[in-house]
Design a protein around this ligand. Structure first.
Ligand SMILES: Cc1cc2nc3c(=O)[nH]c(=O)nc-3n(C[C@H](O)[C@H](O)[C@H](O)COP(=O)(O)OP(=O)(O)OC[C@H]3O[C@@H](n4cnc5c(N)ncnc54)[C@H](O)[C@@H]3O)c2cc1C
Length: 296
């Protein structure tokens, strides 16, 4: 044991399939869910002393972890660091809160701007890091400030511009910042209109996305001028499977786990899609999902 009772929520050889929405992933050497930011900082200090690499996780809905697992530590910022409060038109949320729960809270307070977040299954931290978005709206439209820890564990406050939001990216991963608290700036709206829009978007999502199967959401970023799902469908790849990994019949931008798919199955399908689409259309599909661990 590397840490003798120094931390409560620590596990060794933890199967990461228990912590990802696609229900796949080998064991992490160390898995830790800090109780609060102080403990997170202390834990990272210990890891640095021992020269152990670490990976930050939110809700694990945008990651594919290799079957060999993760050498080092996974730190999950989850429900233990998830306080939220509303102050006038601002929602202040700790990064472990679910992004969808912030959307519901906004609706309860007749605040508009976060309706799109209702069906996104990640955490607030993951949503900020990825600049998550849907139906023409994205995180960058509603964020006022973000509190982060930098690599020296100093707290910094970044405004919207400093966050350098782009398509499914922000400054967070580039600088290895850790999101701790987010200030969402919303507008007052009509409760009924907000609820109506949330219901409409939910219905669209249920009709178009294979949410009944484990997945990691859209596998590929949208290539400029195209839609990944449409290219994949046009190339005749709909429903193609390797093992239990299958290109969804409902939405070709999703790869679903039909039961016992491995990371290797998913990875091989990704590579096959990328090769086919490049050969047919000259378009390079880049993964939106983060690949963690060894795949080759
Ligand atoms: C069914 C389904 C539907 C989806 N629909 C959408 C959609 O409509 N729009 C969309 O944009 N995405 C969608 N996604 C993808 C995913 O939910 C989002 O990208 C989400 O924002 C990821 O959040 P997470 O907490 O799960 O992050 P994780 O998957 O845990 O991590 C993703 C990245 O964020 C980083 N990260 C997480 N927390 C923090 C933190 N506190 N500080 C710093 N970095 C952090 C991680 O290090 C990693 O690089 C969907 C996924 C699924 C499974």
């Amino acid at each position: 044991m590397l840490f003798n009772n120094e931390f409560n929520n620590i596990k060794y050889d933890e199967p990461m399939k228990n912590h990802t929405s696609i229900k796949i992933g080998g064991k992490a050497d160390i898995y830790m869910e800090p109780e609060n930011i102080g403990e997170l900082v202390r834990f990272i200090g210990c890891l640095k002393e021992k020269d152990i690499p670490y990976y930050l996780f939110g809700n694990g809905t945008n990651v594919l972890i290799s079957d060999d697992g993760i050498r080092g530590a996974v730190i999950k910022i989850g429900e233990k660091i998830a306080d939220v409060k509303v102050e006038k038109n601002t929602i202040i949320a700790e990064s472990g809160a679910l992004f969808s729960s912030i959307s519901k809270l906004a609706a309860e307070h007749s605040l508009t701007g976060l309706e799109f977040a209702n069906g996104i299954p990640g955490s607030v931290g993951g949503a900020i890091s990825m600049n998550a978005g849907a139906y023409g709206m994205e995180v960058k439209d509603v964020v006022e400030e973000v509190e982060v820890l930098d690599s020296e564990m100093n707290t910094r406050t970044l405004n919207n511009k400093q966050m350098k939001f782009g398509y499914r990216k922000s400054i967070i991963s580039k600088e290895s910042y850790i999101v701790t608290t987010v200030f969402f700036n919303l507008k007052t709206g009509s409760y009924n209109d907000i609820k109506k829009l949330m219901t409409e978007l939910n219905e669209k999502r249920q009709a178009k996305q294979p949410i009944e199967f484990p997945s990691a959401g859209s596998i590929f970023k949208r290539p400029e001028g195209y839609y990944a799902g449409k290219l994949i469908e046009d190339a005749g790849l709909k429903g193609m499977a390797i093992g239990d990994a299958e290109i969804s019949n409902k939405h070709c931008g999703f790869i679903i786990n039909k039961g016992s798919a491995t990371s290797k199955d998913i990875y091989n399908l990704i590579v096959h899609i990328q090769k086919t689409i490049y050969e047919r259309y000259g378009v390079k599909l880049e993964t939106e999902v983060k690949l963690i661990g060894k795949f080759q």
